[in-house]
Design a protein around this ligand. Sequence first.
Ligand SMILES: C[S@@+](CC[C@H](N)C(=O)[O-])C[C@H]1O[C@@H](n2cnc3c(N)ncnc32)[C@H](O)[C@@H]1O
Length: 189
Amino acid sequence: MLQTALHFSHTLLKEVIQVGDTVVDATMGNGNDTAFLAELVGSNGLVYAFDVQEQALLNTKKKLDELGLREQVRLLQQGHETIETVIAKEESLSAAIFNLGYLPKSDKQIITKPDTTKMALDALLIRLKPKGRIILVVYYGHTGGEAELALVQEFSQQLPQEEYSVLTYQFINQKNNPPILFCIEKKNS
Ligand SMILES: C[S@@+](CC[C@H](N)C(=O)[O-])C[C@H]1O[C@@H](n2cnc3c(N)ncnc32)[C@H](O)[C@@H]1O
């Protein structure tokens, strides 16, 4: 069976992340991706996890404690637009993941936004190592979602093909706006 966008995002991450790597969860939410990344990098690796909501940090911390994965995660209650100041330029990232939209069963007004998503993407590209991947799973059915989808599409399409490969993964015959996955991979320099 074809993988959902969410499942495929984990497949793409697994292919490039090694034990000991440094990676980013740009939208922590309930910590599903954070826990997945923490497992892949192991206790000698590092996951930077960002979210603006206190509840996201509480839920993620609980999940990581239960799974014994807390040690390798830096939980940050701040927007991913601060990546530029939080992560040194010399740090080399093998992967980053975004789930764009709002946190299910939570405040639907707190959504990711095009401007701040772009700031995060600009900062991540500089820090991404060759063969590293940035994955965006874009939910766009809510108010404001189409604008964010447009930003991600434009941003990825204008990346020079000599330096990056970009793919989208999308079910085109499904109702209710299933998420669209984008994967940006840096080529060997
Ligand atoms: C679709 S949810 C993420 C779901 C998450 N991956 C999980 O496993 O549960 C999007 C999250 O982005 C967060 N968010 C909104 N604006 C943000 C920003 N500027 N920086 C980081 N996170 C942000 C929201 O608070 C929300 O928790």
